[in-house]
Design a protein around this ligand. Structure first.
Ligand code: C2E
Ligand code: MG
Ligand code: MG
Length: 882
């Protein structure tokens, strides 16, 4: 089964959404991690840098302390030596030591010995600086209290001689035993510290400073000259708790000197009243850190950017994949929906001939369970199963053999198969590029049925179910093709029902149709289904016979059909009798062209009709000639009508009671320019068939009226009117116009019609008759007794006269059957009050009989043949006929 249909797009989108969220949360965490790590390591580095700085300044201050202690210790030793020397004047050697010390200009500029009681300068050694007295005064003040011993270091004093700083460093020595009480003071060059500290690296803004006990700067490096002599009582180092400590480290948030923030380490020298500070500017300490941190900070956004970019790529990829997945799912859903909703069954077979995909419609059309197909069976298993269920029951043996051998060719092909339930399947196989194939199953049952119906409609007559003209023609062409090749005779029978038109006109079309069906059944029964029977239209049928004995069989069949079809039919509860005329043409003798053969069969049919109907005729070459002759006749008639070659002859009619000529019948005559006189019996039917009778009849009517108008008022004129003229509805107007044109009263005109007028469209014809009668024209029924149902027509219109047909008069002998007929007709006329005229009276005996039977009028050669007008008129004298 194809994948189940599902709306797969939503979960995929949701998954894509959550995946990309994960990516971004991850990226954000990573970024935060980077920032945190960078921050933390920066902070660590800063702490480290600060710790290192603290360590460094501590070390530095310790080193400075040691160095300073040593230097000052040496000076202190010099003070002590000087005091010893003073106490013992004999100590020459020691003096030279002092002198040696004084020679070092870097440290001690001079030694001054003061008498604390007088304040006198008692001894001077070395240089005597200009600032000496100021320093002396300070020292005297500092050592004024004899109880107070210890080393004193004074404030720096600017020494104008040296253009530098000097300070005093002194002790008061008292030894009563040796009568010593002096203040020994060394004038120390302020540059002492400068020189000593010059080499120390404290960075750009670091400083090393030495303070005396009064918190006055003795020396400062670097660039400390400006600060020397300044007192910094408020400095951190001189405030609690630092003031109580011997050493320590603190941070000075803003130097009183220059406002720089520094880490300061301090050392108090103990035996010397000095404080040394070593300070590193925080700025310097953190410079490297700051640089590194800035670099790291600068790299962080880059790293973040890289991460974000990576995230974006990842996200895009996820989205792309999920879009692709969604798309694929959607496509597959669309495909599946399409497959499932197709009207066609589809089955895909893979290269190993296993059913891989199929839709519900395929299972439905093949009547195979979904579950079976869902197992992806081998195609041969499918056909085997179909065999078992009898699906190929109505396939032919060749197909079944093919199916048994597998029934699958992986080539482009299609075929149709009818299933046992009547369903017709169209099965197409389309090979796939990678092997295997797609097979489609289409239910074409309806299409097939339509096709069959259309074929049937194209080839069959809807009413009778027989073949139609097209089908006959097709089969005839085939048979004639075979005939031309192998000379196998082909016979065509053309049938035309006699009197069918009457049934149709009088009983209606539905009865007519039912009759045609009954006729078709009888014909089919006679042919026994062997031969092709067709209805060509109307009441025409045709039969096709093929075979060596076609001619003989056609004759036998035609004879049987004439007989069978003349038997009464019971249709819609009515008993109807028709008959048939049959024309037969046989190939190859009568033609090898379908149309030619049919035409010849038609001619034979025409001949059969002409020969009195209810019979059959084989085609003969003469019939064709007859037709040619008629065609020539028709053409000549047209010319004759135009040229005025027609004339009228008049035959008198005698009233038997008065023995007077009471009228004349106008009869048309044609003197053909080459052939001489042509009988109306020959040209009137042709004129009727071609319609020429209409203009010819009109001419006769006008001519007869014109002629008769001049005759005595009591003489009537009779004019024959053909049934064809009745079909032209202007007959009444033509009659009125002829009468008016001749100036003849209608009462003198008698129109002779035959029963054929009433056989066609009788309602209309009767109506026309009434209109004519209303004009005052008399209506006579001509040739009475020859027709099929003359008697019935008498009831339909009140004729003025019945003309007993010549055929009865001809056979009149006293005891003949004709006498009985004439008697009956005369009796009928008498009872209906209708005049009766005997036609074709040639003998006195005939006249005697019709007279004795009570006929009212006679007409015939005995009295006079038809004559030209002038001669006829001459007859209107008291007749001399017995
Ligand atoms: P119909 O109307 O019955 O005319 C009488 C026919 O009988 C005429 O033949 C006439 O010559 C012929 N006849 C008369 N007396 C005798 C006789 O004693 N013995 C024999 N053997 N024949 C006799 P015709 O003139 O040859 O006309 C034949 C038919 O042609 C007519 O039969 C009529 O049906 C038709 N016809 C003639 N003229 C016209 C016409 O002007 N219009 C139409 N529609 N039909 C015409
Ligand atoms: Mg007549
Ligand atoms: Mg007649």
């Amino acid at each position: 089964m194809a994948a189940k249909h599902a709306d797969a797009s939503r979960p995929a989108q949701a998954r894509a959404g959550s995946s990309s969220l994960t990516v971004w949360v991850g990226i954000a965490l990573l970024c935060a991690g980077i920032v945190a790590a960078v921050g933390w390591s920066a902070w660590q580095a800063r702490e480290q840098a600060l710790a290192t700085a603290v360590h460094r300044v501590s070390n530095l201050s310790t080193i400075l302390k040691g160095h300073t202690a040593q230097t000052l210790g040496e000076i202190d030793l010099l003070l002590r030596l000087t005091a010893e020397e003073r106490a013992d004047r004999q100590l020459r050697t020691t003096s030279s030591l002092v002198s040696a010390a004084l020679r070092d200009p870097q440290r001690v500029l001079g030694i001054r010995v003061l008498d604390p009681r007088t304040g006198d300068l008692v001894q001077v050694g070395g240089a005597v600086p200009a600032s000496g007295p100021a320093i002396d005064a300070e020292a005297l003040a500092a050592h004024a209290d004899p109880a107070r011993g210890g080393l004193w270091i004074g404030d720096p004093v600017r020494d104008p001689d040296r253009d530098g700083w000097v300070f005093g460093m002194s002790r008061r020595f008292r030894d009563e035993a040796r009568a010593l009480d002096v203040i020994v003071m060394a004038v120390v060059d302020g540059a002492l510290f400068r020189d000593a500290y010059q080499q120390i690296d404290v960075g750009r803004s670091g400083a090393v400073t030495v303070f005396n006990a009064r918190m006055v700067v003795l020396g400062r490096q670097p660039n400390g000259d400006g600060q020397i002599g300044r007192r910094f009582a408020q400095l951190g180092v001189f405030r609690t708790p630092n003031l109580e400590r011997r050493e320590g480290v603190y941070v000075n948030d803003g130097s009183a000197v220059d406002g720089v923030r520094r880490i300061v380490a301090f050392q108090r020298l103990g035996e010397f009243p000095l404080t040394i500070t070593a300070a590193l500017a925080v700025e310097d300490v953190l410079a490297a850190w700051r640089r590194d941190t800035l670099r790291a900070a600068a790299l962080t956004p880059v790293a973040i950017l890289v991460l974000v970019a990576f995230g974006a790529l990842l996200d895009r990829e996820i989205r792309r994949r999920s879009t692709a997945e969604t798309q694929a799912r959607q496509e597959s859903a669309v495909l599946e929906a399409t497959l499932e909703n197709m009207d066609q069954g589809i089955m895909m077979i893979d290269e190993n001939l296993h059913v891989q995909v199929f839709n519900r419609r395929a299972a439905e059309l093949l009547d195979l369970p979904d579950e079976f197909l869902a197992t992806k069976p081998h195609f041969f298993e499918v056909t085997r199963r179909q065999f078992e269920t009898g699906d190929f029951a109505n396939a032919d043996e060749a197909f079944r053999r093919w199916v048994r051998s597998g029934g699958l060719s992986i080539v482009h092909h299609s075929y149709e198969r009818e299933r046992p339930n009547g369903m017709v399947l169209e099965i197409r196989t389309v090979p796939l590029p990678g092997g295997g194939a797609v097979r489609t199953y289409t239910d074409i049952t309806a299409r097939k049925q339509d096709q069959r119906r259309i074929e049937r409609m194209a080839n069959h007559d809807e009413l009778t179910g027989l073949a139609n003209r097209a089908r006959l023609r097709e089969r005839l062409a085939e048979a004639l093709g075979a005939c031309a090749a192998a000379e196998t005779p082909v016979a065509v029978l053309c049938l035309d029902l006699d009197q069918f038109k009457t049934v149709n006109d009088t009983l209606g079309h539905s009865t007519g149709d039912a009759l045609l069906k009954a006729v078709a059944e009888r014909i089919s029964a006679e042919t026994g289904g062997r031969d092709l029977v067709a209805r060509l239209g109307g009441d025409e049928f045709a039969i096709l016979l093929v075979g060596a004995e076609a001619r003989a069989q056609a004759g036998t069949l035609a004879g049987r059909l004439v007989d069978v079809l003349s038997r009464p039919f019971t249709v819609d509860g009515q008993v109807l009798t028709v008959g048939t005329s049959i024309g037969i043409a046989v190939a190859p003798g009568d033609g090898l062209e379908p149309d030619g053969l049919m035409k010849n069969a038609d001619l034979a049919l025409y001949k059969a009709k002409g020969d009195g109907r209810g019979t059959f005729r084989f085609f003969e070459a003469a019939m064709d000639r007859e037709v040619q002759t008629r065609r020539v006749l028709e053409r000549d008639m047209r010319e004759a009508l135009a040229a005025g070659d027609f004339a009228l002859h008049y035959q008198p009619q005698l009233d038997l009671a008065s023995n007077r000529i009471v009228g004349f019948e106008a009869l048309v005559r044609w003197h053909h320019r080459e052939r001489g006189p042509v009988s109306p019996a020959d040209f009137i039917p042709v004129a009727e068939e071609t319609g020429l009778i209409v203009p010819l009849g009109e001419w006769v009517l006008r001519e007869a009226c014109r002629e008769a108008a001049a005759w005595p008022k009591d003489v009537r004129i009779s004019v024959n009117i053909s049934a064809v003229q009745f079909r032209h509805r202007n007959l009444v107007q033509v009659v009125m116009s002829a009468l008016a044109g001749a100036g003849m009263p209608p009462s003198r005109l008698e129109l002779e019609i035959t029963e054929s007028v009433l056989m066609q469209e009788s309602e209309a014809s009767v109506s026309i008759l009434h209109q004519l009668r209303a004009l005052g024209v008399r209506i006579a029924m001509d040739d009475f007794g020859t027709g099929y149902s003359s008697l019935s027509y008498l009831r339909r219109f009140p004729f003025d006269k019945i003309k007993i047909d010549r055929s009865f008069v001809r056979d009149l002998t006293p005891d003949s059957e004709s006498v009985a007929i004439v008697r009956a007709i005369v009796g009928l006329g008498r009872s209906l009050g209708i005049a009766t005229t005997a036609e074709g009276v040639e003998t006195a005996e005939q006249l005697a009989i019709i007279r004795s039977e009570g006929c009212t009028e006679m007409q015939g050669y005995l009295l006079s043949p038809p004559r030209p007008a002038r001669e006829a008129l001459a007859l209107i004298t008291p007749a001399a006929v017995a």
